[in-house]
Design a protein around this ligand. Structure first.
Ligand code: ATP
Length: 236
C-alpha cells in the first residue's frame, strides 16, 4: 500500500504541491486527473524519489520511501512509465524490453518468460521484435514503454498520460491492457491523465488535482456522475 502524507513540493521558490495526500491500496486502480500544470507529473516524480517533499512523507508498505534515491524506489518494485514514452530509438523492440530487466539478475529462461508475458499482452510487439523502436508508431512505442516497465516484475505501476497523442482506438487498447495487467497480475496501478473520462472509466478511485491541491476524491463512478466534475473535466 502506497501512502502520500501531506506533502509540499517546491521548485526553487515556486510551490508545485500543497499538502497533497493520496493512498493506493492493494489491487486498486487509482487515477489522478487534472489540467496542464496541476502538478500531476510532480507528484509522480516525488513518489519516485526524483523530487523531495519539503513537508510530509511517502510510505510504501509501511516503510518511508521519500528519503530514498530513485534507484532504491525502483528497487522496491515501483515502476514509473513516463509521459512521452522515451523508448531507446536506436535499439530494437526486443533490446528495449531487455533493458527493462537491466537491474534484475534473471536467468535466460526468466528473461524469456518475461518477454513472452509482454508479447502476450501486446502481440504487435512480437511481430516487430527486431524493428528499431524509433520507427514504431506512437501507439506501438507506448506499448513498448509499458512492456519495458513490465519486464522488472513491478509491484506498483504508475502511468503518466498513457493516452497522450494517441488515436482513440489505440487509447482503448492501451487502457484495456492496463486493466488486464491489474486484474491478472494483481498489480496496483496509478494513472495520471488529462483524459479524465478514460481514466475514471477504468479506475476504482480518483483524485482531482488543481494547481497543486487535491480538491476532490472518491469512487470513480461517483465522480463520473458529479455535476462539478462533468462541468470541469468532461465537457459539460
Ligand atoms: P502536464 O499535464 O502539463 O504535464 P502536470 O499536471 O503534470 O502538467 P507538472 O509538470 O507537475 O504539472 O507541473 C506543476 C507546476 O510545477 C507547473 O506550474 C510547472 O510549471 C512547475 N514545474 C514543473 N517542473 C518544474 C521545474 N523543473 N522547475 C520549475 N517549475 C517546474
Amino acid at each position: 500500500m502506497l501512502k502520500v502524507n501531506g506533502i509540499n513540493v517546491f521548485y526553487g521558490n515556486v510551490q508545485a504541491l500543497f499538502d497533497v495526500s493520496i493512498e493506493v491500496g492493494d489491487n486498486e486502480i487509482v487515477s489522478i486527473i487534472g489540467a496542464n500544470g496541476a502538478g500531476k507529473t510532480t507528484l509522480m516524480k516525488t513518489i519516485m524519489g526524483i523530487n523531495r517533499p519539503a513537508k510530509g512523507d511517502i510510505t510504501y508498505n509501511g516503510e518511508i520511501i521519500s528519503n530514498l534515491k530513485a534507484h532504491l524506489v525502483v528497487g522496491r518494485g515501483i515502476v514509473y512509465i513516463p509521459e512521452g514514452r522515451e523508448v531507446f530509438p536506436q535499439m530494437s523492440v526486443l533490446e528495449n524490453l531487455e533493458m527493462g530487466a537491466f537491474c534484475k539478475k534473471y536467468s535466460k529462461a526468466e528473461l524469456d518468460r518475461h518477454v513472452e508475458e509482454v508479447y502476450e499482452l501486446f502481440p504487435r510487439l512480437k511481430e516487430r521484435a527486431k524493428q528499431l523502436a524509433g520507427t514504431l508508431s506512437g501507439g506501438e512505442q507506448q506499448m513498448l514503454a509499458i512492456g519495458r516497465g513490465m519486464m522488472s516484475d513491478p509491484r506498483l505501476l504508475m502511468f503518466d498520460e498513457p493516452s497522450l497523442g494517441l488515436a482513440p482506438v489505440i487509447v482503448d487498447e492501451m487502457f484495456d491492457a492496463i486493466v488486464k495487467i491489474n486484474r491478472t497480475r494483481k498489480t496496483p496501478v496509478v494513472i495520471v491523465e488529462q483524459n479524465a473520462f478514460m481514466a475514471m472509466s477504468i479506475s476504482d478511485r480518483t483524485y482531482v488535482l488543481e494547481v497543486g491541491h487535491i480538491v476532490g476524491s472518491g469512487p470513480s463512478q461517483e465522480l463520473l456522475n458529479s455535476p462539478d466534475i462533468k462541468k470541469a473535466y468532461l465537457g459539460g
